[in-house]
Design a protein around this ligand. Structure first.
Ligand code: Z5A
Ligand code: MG
Length: 264
């Protein structure tokens, strides 16, 4: 996991978060080992539109950048974190998949074609990789740190659906993860992205597949997403992102409640 400046949460905040997590997850600890429980979570837990016990308190913003391969996500995420830090705003860069964990290493082996996995299995591993980071994300946000996240659940659903898995099935294990305050989609056609070169040997880095992924991003897109033209010069993309993210940080700072993904 890549961290920028980190802020030490106050002891009382950590305590509150632990109590909250305990009440949310009583009876079921989420680890890759008990993943089956996660799939049944909709029945077991009442995930409301805001996380249970939330009070309107200042917090950091959860910002997600999505887009096709080579759309510029990683470049812009780094720039955003530097920009926010330069303004004295606590911010960290996170990335999914997080290849540093045990689950992340299984994902990495799959992406680099050194292991083979069933499509459903790898989908659930990507999701588990987010679940293993969920509580840490919540703690960071509540301690006032803004998280700039390079890919999230939308990548998970778009890539697996593009392989032919049912989209609702793909969304199910993501239900209950923290919902972003804003999703910024870096918009580029698959052909233009491919022209940027650098498609390496990883499994999904093929034009035909990227076209299918683009179609599923369109299905997932809703009015809350901010779409930025990723073909503009990098500095122009950067400026637009800065505006979007500053607005978002301001709203979260006023105490906007955290909510969860795809709650009913
Ligand atoms: N995946 C999944 O299946 N399920 C999941 O749940 C998740 C992911 C989370 C690993 O992703 C793979 O996992 C990914 C999705 C799948 N599949 N693929 N393929 P990754 O995030 O590790 O992939 P990556 O290695 O970071 O590559 P990327 O995302 O394709 O690139 P990017 O971050 O969007 O772009 P970049 O590295 O910032 O820029 C690419 C190049 O373009 C670089 O040379 C830049 O200098 C250039 N660039 C960037 N912006 C511009 C502009 N504006 N103009 C001109 N040139 C630019
Ligand atoms: Mg990247």
């Amino acid at each position: 996991m890549i961290y920028g400046t980190s802020v030490t949460a106050s002891k009382s905040l950590i305590f509150r978060t632990l109590v909250l997590q305990k009440s949310l997850y009583s009876g079921a600890k989420f680890s890759s080992k008990c993943f089956q429980r996660m799939i049944r979570m909709e029945n077991n837990f009442n995930f409301n539109s805001s996380t249970e016990g939330n009070k309107k308190e200042s917090r950091g913003a959860l910002v997600v950048l999505e887009g096709l391969d080579r759309s510029g996500k990683s470049s812009q995420c780094s720039r955003l974190v530097s920009f926010l830090e330069g303004r004295g705003i606590s911010a960290e860069l996170w990335r999914f998949p997080d290849r540093t964990t045990n689950v992340g290493q299984m994902i990495s082996a799959y992406l680099t074609n050194t292991s083979q996995l069933d499509d459903h299995t790898i989908h659930l591993l990507f999701s588990a990789n987010r679940w293993e980071k969920r509580s840490m994300m919540e703690t960071k946000l509540k301690s006032g740190t803004t998280l700039i996240v390079d890919r999230y659940s939308y990548s998970g659903v778009a890539f697996s659906s593009a392989k032919g898995l049912d989209i609702e099935w793909c969304k199910a294990p993501e239900i209950g993860l923290l919902a972003p305050d804003v999703v910024v989609y870096l918009d580029i056609s698959p052909e233009k992205a491919a022209e940027r070169g650098g498609y390496g040997g990883e499994r999904y880095e093929k034009l035909e597949f990227q076209k299918k992924v683009a179609d599923y991003y369109k299905v997932l897109h809703d009015v809350s997403w901010k779409v930025v033209d990723a073909c503009l010069p990098m500095e122009d993309v950067e400026k637009q992102l800065q505006e979007i993210v500053l607005d978002c940080v301001t709203e979260s700072g006023k105490g906007k409640l955290l909510s969860t993904l795809w709650s009913r």
